[in-house]
Ligand binder design. Sequence first.
Ligand code: ADE
Length: 247
Amino acid sequence: MYLGIISAMPDEIHSVLDSMTDVTTTTHGNRTFHKGNLYNKPVVLVFSNWGKVAAAITTTQLIESFKVNKIVFTGVAGALQEHLNIGDVVVGTHLYQHDMDARPLFKQFEIPIIKKTAFKTNATVTQQLRMASEKYLESFSNNLDTTFTKEFGITNPKTYYGGIASGDQFISSVQKIEELNISLPDALCVEMEGAAVAQVCYDYKIDFGIIRTISDKAKENASIDFQKFAKIIASKYALGILKIFLS
Ligand code: ADE
């Protein structure tokens, strides 16, 4: 059985793909799937595209066409809480769709029909990702290459474990962070795909885990931080954590 790896960042896709062997690449439905081995484990790697609809389409294709039995998602996210810093990793335990609001028919954040406000990640996959992230960040800190980390202020990155909020919005305002802190107080970070992937995995009963590296603080300068960070740091993290996760 294949592990599906979905990444939200083209830079991450390139670095993981460079480490894969026996790769067969196919394209359909506007998505490019790379099937092969990563650290001797069979995987299918694909770029999610951005936003909840795009990520749900990618996930459905991955499950239907490649029969993966497990999916791991990697990408970057904006911090929703002050104690999180750029370079920290959030391992998701549950995911919300922060822009789902069908009130007064359903309560805020509840997904109609399936009656869920949060999707839990698979406990075993999540524990393995947590251990992989902790181990990776420990060696990353011990071998800190300041030519890469200095401009982001990364000194001692940590792994956090908790809620993730997904929505079709790039968040770059303190006011929006404050609103989310009130409505979803246990969400650690914000991004644009995770809960959609989680919903598809819930429907298909596929084990799902997610890691998100904090690229910005979702404040006014978020878009500048985010693009630089993705290029320089996120790709290293994704590959490093996946290597430990697969071994
Ligand atoms: N992904 C990375 N940073 C983000 C932000 N600030 N808002 C939404 N998605 C993100």
